[in-house]
Design a protein around this ligand. Structure first.
Ligand code: NAG
Ligand code: NAG
Ligand code: NAG
Ligand code: NAG
Length: 502
């Protein structure tokens, strides 16, 4: 390819450009302009309907139809065949508005990801991933994106993939989070080289994963305006927040298995990470329907790129809703690293409510450690009130997240190079200050901590793909719908906790 383009460009220069320059004809300029316009139009067509022009996209569309039916990653209970990416792939523009996962106002839509270039947004996320071990105490200037080398893992030992490592100890729904924590191994015990070869990752799988973001599919209808999950929300009065909101990502309320509150109610609160979890609930719902088992009503109250934390009005508003509805269980899914980025001066006098950063995913001056302390203190207090009412509360931990986990970084032309997997324990060390805050608030509130990474790890190794070669992640920090549906069994206990037995 490189050679051909080199030859072509030399030929164009020698044969076309040089000759044209010597011509005096008045037609040269208009003809050139016409040529460029035609090229532009062609490019637009290719951009909008890549599957008609690119053999990769074509293969991709075909491969989705013959996607696998079975999985052997863990247990046989995780099989499911409805791979939902076909829809995204068959249409050029579906990624435009609501299927994007974008979180910060300044970032570009997922459509950008179609090119093999890193989306602009990555740099800001990358900056957040570049956090050093300690929370900053002095103002920090905007960081630049880290070099890949600083993110690359040190883990060299891959534990046996099929072995059910100690991490899969099934925690009971109400198990003390402290105990759950201690059940997890700190480091892998594997001493041998991998004996389980994974399937090769092919370009189509990677492209599929990058597009596999249709989170809302099958997760029920949007709540009506008069739904009690909306009418019982209560904003704090007097309204204390200075809250410039971005209307591009409105608050949403989606309701799965509507009208079956007599089976129990589960309220899921959070951001795009709550949305990315929906596919697992949809699968459990379908399974329950198939076997005539009761399934609770599940209400998803989410807003992209917004902290469901005390620094935003949505938090107290929805806590009031939960107190009034009294569901059996509540699940918080928060992308912590996006919102807890203190960079403000420590000597600033604190006034509540605590501050969020204006632009998420990077260290900011609006938030200092006093804000962070207050965020976790109020979070713990409010969650304690819910657990004291008998509501079972689950909180999703911050799972390891590195820029190179996003598969769009793995493609180089027509080939895929999967990076070395990451070590969970080194992430825990790196982000210890934040994880400690999360864990102590959750434990202090009698809530249960769960970690999505349990479902794509073997021992200490955080996997990049499943055994069939499907990438775990879609775009930075979000698992694919496929991963959520088939592997996120750690949330099954939440549905169980919400289900009333008759
Ligand atoms: C998302 O967009 C699709 C197609 O544009 C539409 O059918 C669907 O209802 C939208 N979903 C939401 C949650 O707005
Ligand atoms: C909401 O309004 C619709 C009609 O617009 C009505 O059928 C429904 O019963 C109302 N629901 C509640 C909870 O009031
Ligand atoms: C947590 O639960 C224990 C035992 O059920 C109880 O004694 C304690 O007061 C609870 N703590 C909070 C903060 O609700
Ligand atoms: C997911 O994690 C839970 C909790 O650690 C574990 O019990 C379950 O076996 C895991 N499932 C898979 C498919 O990895």
């Amino acid at each position: 390819m490189v050679l051909v383009s080199l030859v072509l460009s030399v030929l164009t220069y020698e044969d076309v450009e040089k000759r044209l320059r010597r011509r005096k004809s008045k037609m040269v300029t208009p003809l050139l302009v016409l040529g460029v316009v035609v090229l532009g139009i062609l490019a637009l067509f290719v951009y909008n309907r890549p599957e008609s022009y690119s053999s990769i996209e074509l293969e991709l569309a075909q491969s989705t139809m013959e996607e696998d039916e079975t999985l052997d990653f863990g247990s046989s209970s995780v099989t499911d065949s409805d791979l939902s990416s076909t829809q995204v792939l068959s249409s050029g523009n579906i990624l435009s508005s609501n299927s994007t996962w974008t979180m910060v106002e300044t970032e570009s839509p997922v459509v950008e990801v179609k090119s093999t270039e890193v989306p602009t947004k990555s740099s800001s996320i990358a900056a957040s991933l570049d956090h050093t071990e300690k929370p900053p105490t002095t103002p920090i200037e905007a960081t630049t994106a880290p070099k890949a080398a600083t993110l690359s893992p040190r883990a060299t030992v891959i534990p046996v993939a099929n072995e059910n490592s100690p991490i899969v100890t099934q925690p009971a729904a109400n198990q003390d989070p402290v105990k759950m924590q201690t059940l997890k191994p700190v480091a892998a015990v594997a001493t041998t080289a991998p004996v389980h070869a994974k399937a090769k990752v092919i370009v189509e799988m990677v492209r599929n994963a990058v597009h596999d973001l249709n989170w809302n599919d099958g997760a029920g209808e949007m709540c009506e305006k008069n739904s009690s999950y909306i009418t019982t929300e209560k904003l704090l009065k007097p309204f204390p927040y200075n809250d410039p909101t971005f209307s591009g990502y409105p608050e949403t309320c989606q309701i799965l298995n509507k009208g079956h509150e007599d089976n129990g109610v589960l309220v899921v609160l959070g951001d795009s990470h709550a949305d990315m979890s929906k596919a697992r609930f949809v699968k459990l719902y379908k399974d329950a329907r198939r076997s005539y088992k009761p399934f609770p009503t599940v209400v998803f109250k989410t807003r992209w790129g917004r902290a469901m934390l005390p620094c935003r009005p949505e938090f107290p508003k929805n806590i009031e809703m939960v107190k009034s509805i009294k569901p059996q269980a509540v699940l918080f899914v928060i992308h912590w690293v996006q919102y807890i980025n203190p960079g403000g001066r420590s000597d600033r006098p604190y006034t509540g409510p605590p501050n969020c950063c204006l632009i998420e995913g990077q260290t900011c001056k609006e938030q200092n450690m006093d804000d962070v302390t207050a965020i976790f203190k109020i979070f713990q207090e409010e969650v304690s009130k819910l657990t004291a009412m008998g509501i079972k509360v689950f909180v999703v931990d911050q799972s390891p997240e590195y820029e190179d986990m996003s598969p769009n970084h793995w493609i180089n032309g027509d080939s895929v190079k999967v990076p070395k997997p990451h070590s969970h324990s080194s992430y825990k060390k790196e982000k210890g200050w934040l994880l400690n805050l999360i864990h102590s608030a959750v434990i202090g509130a009698n809530a249960t901590l769960i970690d999505y990474a349990d479902n794509y790890s073997h021992g200490d190794t955080v996997e990049f793909t499943d055994d069939k070669g499907h990438p775990i992640m879609s775009t930075v920090g979000h698992i694919t719908t496929y991963t959520a549906r088939n592997y996120l069994t750690v949330v099954d206990q939440v549905v169980n906790a919400a289900t009333l037995s008759h």
